[in-house]
Design a protein around this ligand. Sequence first.
Ligand code: SF4
Ligand code: SF4
Length: 157
Amino acid sequence: MVSRRQFMRGDFKSRPPPQRPPWALAGEAFLAACSRCGECLPVCPTRIIVLVRGYPEVDFKRGECSFCGACVAACTDRALLRSENREQPWTIKAQIADSCLPARGVECRICGDRCPAAAIRFSPRLGGPPVAKVDAASCTGCGACVAPCPVAAITLA
Ligand code: SF4
Ligand code: SF4
């Protein structure tokens, strides 16, 4: 769906909602609060925050979020805001597409090896290598599994 802001900008192509840095206010509230100062970019130790049309987004192809909170501390506009009732950084979880190598008969466990939460499990099966499956309850949405996947089969949503 095209948002009002996209419509005003003449941007009619729909694209997935941008992944804001952790503890970001939701949707339009974030856009209203963020002054596009870019202060959250240089403080991120894993350098995963990029500017898209001036606003910060997380690019998991660059690395993972360690949930250090440095971007939140740098955000004087309070567009990234952590408080007692906003403890969760986000609700995104890893999702593995059908292009995943074991699903196509090729042995691979790279994502499981990289997951700091041990949230990717491999179930044995007859006639093929164990298949990767995300345990949504354990996944923190850190994105550590995204960049190492040799076939870019993992997204976060
Ligand atoms: S919490 Fe830390 S690692 Fe995660 S995006 Fe913010 S600055 Fe980067
Ligand atoms: S997003 Fe992070 S916690 Fe979730 S499966 Fe990938 S590496 Fe593990």
